[in-house]
Design a binder for this molecule. Sequence first.
Ligand code: 13P
Length: 250
Amino acid sequence: MARRKIVAGNWKMNKTPSEAKALVEMLAPLVKNDDVDVVYCVPAVDITTVVEAVKGSNVAVGAENISDKDKGAFTGEISGAMLADAGVKYVIIGHSERREYYKEDDAFLNAKVKKAFEYGLIPILCCGESLEQRELGQTIDWVRLQLKSDLKDIPAEQAATMVIAYEPIWAIGTGKVATTEQAQEVCKAIRDLIAEIYDTDTAEKIRIQYGGSVKGASAPEIFAQPDIDGGLIGGAALTEDFGKIVNYNK
Ligand code: 13P
């Protein structure tokens, strides 16, 4: 069975609640595509507004982070229970910005992946190499290392439902998109790893996105690759171009 494409916007630290509402309204007529799952991953403070604004549409809401704890004295954290109750369906875990600027390591991210599943949320688990690692030829080894730790003790039934986003750090926000061959090569290596950790059935089901400077103009070629099941979109997710990315096949 063919995997369904999934295109998710990662809004990062952009849009106040009122701006978020306006963006959802602007994008509403542009992001209809029955062939694609569409997700807006939004700042925590925007979640309630965006959940309300997408009601009755084809768009699901995601969070950009989740606590590794259940509840209690963890000032500033947001729990899986809070996200689920607010209407969130997906959660980004391990974005390179969190790994780099907030020092989130693989053991911590593994705990977050487990928490997401405990609360019925679907992780969009990010991985990817730096420019230096790519130039040293370490890309695939590095991504395998990240994912092996991030997925530790996650059962196959859960892994099959999740989304992995391959985001080369050097392609994020730089306008420098990986070539389709580079993106496909790593996404295939990720699928092979999933088959190795679990089995081919799980590998066939898991959805793997590419992220890094995807635009409406580049999406059709990238999403046509056999192991690329959609994209995680930063900058372009805040513009009309997101509609073109979602409708890459029209
Ligand atoms: P850009 O699309 O802005 O390069 O960002 C990609 C990204 O980090 C999505 O998570």
